[in-house]
Write a protein that binds this ligand. Structure first.
Ligand code: SAH
Length: 684
């Protein structure tokens, strides 16, 4: 059987349906899953084990048999912990077939087949009774169904169902309780991920300001959670406006209600400022006493020095619908609304309680202005980056003349507006037209900039009103790009419109280059490292399965990661490995390079990082990757708006020893101009 998977083609910018092996989807799922990361989360594992032992003892002390229901068993880990702790029987439910199969093997290998029954079903399909999946209801409920937002993976409806049909009243639950915490902050950096700030342009005839349409100013944005490694956010990037407060908690040992609801707390700002962002995280108490606690609290809140890095649970950033000035000591109300799967926030000045209640919003935020559908959060951040804008302005000023006919090819770009203020007559293509109509209107540009809704290869002279293009610009940025070099689609588009360009056309950026550096990650390597033995249980079957899935397609491919969230140090100097000349068309032949980089710093070579740099007009480079190596230790600063490509060296990550460190890494990198993809190979 075959299945079809959508993928953007970097040579056409279009989505294409590729025929894939029927196993493709789940190999992808396993290869990119967070199972390995969870199994490496020592803090989580240890606390689950403690909580499970305590729950089994409590049941045994009551003279009852310990019957465990483990919903979402994954590798079977929590059931094996329960069986080892003396549980009489465990029902291990797992909906994802390849995982359920792996759980059967892992349970058998560890000698628990007589105590653990793996059931490959969604928990809501599980039956109880003499002929059912479960003989009787369980008296211990163990789960790990949480995401960074706690409820995003459907924990609430799953618990609600389990309490109704699968467990006894008064059952023990591990975890026993989850609590969601919030803190109100002001942060220009985070606020810039959801709102477009006015863009200032110093034109010859004075300063111009690009503004957003009013719909955009009042738009709450998209409901999807913004989850980040908040521990990488320096304290200088936000101002704390309130203490940490408990927003709500869920007791998992009692019936759980998943229906939409809201919670409200009163906050007394500790500082005056603009309330913009609600930072949020949760903790779970594994037992009723609250002595076994696993917390996602960020660095400025957590007192323990034993810090657990994890990527499967991070912290949430919520954007208030509008920024709200608050005064120190003057109380405000913060409301958390939630449906079954997501949470959103609203802040109100303390008024009459009744008035406030009437105001509670129950629908989740939806983008009304279209901009949040066009620009994701990092893209908002990029467009709001004044330094970057200044570099584009400077370059545009160098190349634009008053009679320039300018064509912009980039998704949702503000370059046409900049170009207009800097004096060009221009046209624009390849963008989401609907939003841009409104945007141009707000800036009185609707008759100054023309939107051409045609793919570059279908561009005709009539689109261009029979003019030839003298300046072709792009950022380049395309929403379908996954890896840094996919934005080379600009080069393909430039090639497609060649017949419409003047003979001495200026292309901006004039060229791009691919850069590479060997790094040692502080933590990110863990997501690709095997687990072997986890809390005494052999989970190697899981490692083999992940490896097999990686080999299925992707092992020789790089993967995108926003490295500002994942500290690393450079082991080699950064090196430019390929260049792409946008002044010329895409060549027929492949571009390849090979070489060797010296490892000048001591450390484990976890992988190579690759990124693109664009050369705007002469001497103005824009890096989408490395900004600088900050100190002698080699710590790196990365572009905060972009993802970089990471190619992991599995042989290094899998080896335990640090003995023979290589002194150089050789590489072979090939850009296939037919497919727009880059293949690479490294030898240590
Ligand atoms: N318990 C394991 C794995 C947790 S990951 C551990 O702690 O290491 C969560 C798993 O739950 C995933 O494998 C997912 O497929 C499964 N899952 C989520 N909701 C489920 C449900 N309602 N019924 C059955 N499986 C579920």
């Amino acid at each position: 059987m075959k299945t079809f998977c959508g993928r953007a083609n970097p040579t056409t910018g279009a989505m294409e349906w590729l025929e894939e092996d029927e196993n493709y989807d789940y190999h992808q799922e396993i290869a990119r899953s967070r199972y390995a990361d969870m199994l490496h989360d020592k803090d989580r594992n240890v606390k689950y084990y403690q909580g499970i032992r305590a729950a089994v003892s409590r049941v045994k002390e009551r003279g009852e048999k310990a019957i465990v229901l483990d919903i979402g068993t994954g590798t079977g880990l929590l059931s094996m912990m329960a069986a080892s702790a003396g549980a009489d029987f465990c029902y291990a439910i797992e909906v994802f077939k390849p995982m359920a199969n792996a759980a059967v093997k892992i349970v058998e290998k560890n000698g628990f087949s007589d105590k653990i029954k793996v059931i490959n079903k969604h928990s809501t399909e599980v039956t109880v009774g003499p002929d059912g999946d479960m003989q009787c209801r369980a008296n211990i409920l163990v789960t790990e169904l949480f995401d960074t937002e706690l409820i995003g993976e459907g924990a609430l409806p799953t618990y609600e169902h389990a309490h109704k049909y699968l467990v006894q009243e008064g059952c023990e639950a591990v975890p026993h309780r989850a609590t969601v915490y919030v803190q109100l902050v002001e942060s220009k950096r985070m606020w810039s991920w959801n709102k477009l700030f006015p863009v200032h342009v110093e034109a010859e005839d004075g300063e111009k300001i690009i503004v957003s349409p009013s719909e955009m100013e009042n738009c709450p944005g998209v409901p999807s959670v913004c989850d980040i490694q908040l521990n990488q956010m320096p304290s200088s990037d936000f101002t704390i406006l309130s203490d940490v407060v408990t927003m709500f908690s869920v007791d998992f040992s009692k019936p759980v209600r998943s229906a939409s609801t809201y919670y409200r707390v009163q906050l007394e700002p500790v500082k005056s400022g603009k309330a913009q962002i609600v930072l949020s995280w949760w903790d779970i108490d594994m037992d009723p006493s609250g002595m076994i606690n696993c917390t996602m609290a960020p660095y400025w809140v957590k007192s323990t020095s034993a810090f657990q890095w994890r990527d499967h649970w991070m912290q949430c950033v919520y954007f208030l619908p509008n920024e709200e000035p608050v005064l120190q000591g003057e109380k405000v109300y913060l409301t958390a609304c939630r449906d079954e799967y997501s949470v959103w926030y609203k802040l109100q000045k303390a008024r009459g309680e009744e008035e406030n209640k009437a105001d509670v919003c129950v629908e989740s935020p939806v983008c009304r202005c279209q901009a949040h559908l066009l620009w994701n959060r990092p893209r908002f951040g990029e467009l709001n980056d004044q330094n970057r804008t200044r570099q584009y302005i400077e370059s545009l000023m160098k190349v634009l003349k008053t009679d320039s006919v300018c064509l912009c090819i980039s998704d949702g770009s503000l370059l046409p507006v900049l170009a207009h203020y800097l004096g060009a007559k221009q046209l624009l293509i390849k963008t989401v037209a609907f939003f841009f109509f409104k945007f141009f209107k707000a800036n009185h540009l609707e008759d100054k900039i023309k939107i051409i809704e045609a793919r570059p290869e279908l561009l005709t002279s009539s689109h261009l009103e029979d003019k030839k293009i003298s300046v072709l610009v792009g950022e380049p940025f395309f929403t379908t790009s996954l890896l840094p070099w996919h934005n080379l689609y600009f080069w393909y588009a430039r090639t497609a419109v060649t017949s419409h360009l003047t003979s001495n056309v200026t292309v901006l950026p004039q060229s791009a280059s691919l850069h590479m550096m060997i790094v040692e990650f502080q933590d990110l390597w863990r997501i690709r490292s095997p687990c072997g033995i986890c809390e005494g249980f052999d989970v190697q079957t899981m490692d083999d399965m992940i490896k097999n899935s990686l080999n299925f397609r992707e092992s020789k491919e790089a993967e995108p990661h926003p490295l500002w969230e994942y500290p690393c140090k450079s082991l080699s100097d950064p090196r430019e490995v390929l260049t792409f000349d946008f002044r010329k068309t895409v060549p027929q032949h492949c571009l390849s390079t090979e070489g060797s980089v010296n490892l000048s710093r001591k450390g484990k070579s976890h992988g190579a990082v690759l990124w693109m740099e664009y050369h705007l007009a002469a001497d103005i480079p824009i890096s989408t990757g490395l900004i600088q190596i900050s100190n002698e230790k080699g710590n790196c600063e990365w572009n905060p708006h972009c993802k970089q490509a990471v190619y992991f060296f599995s042989s290094v990550i899998e080896s335990e020893t640090l003995s023979d460190l290589p002194s150089a890494v050789t590489y072979a990198i090939n850009f296939n101009t037919k497919t727009g993809e880059i293949a690479m190979d490294f030898q240590l």
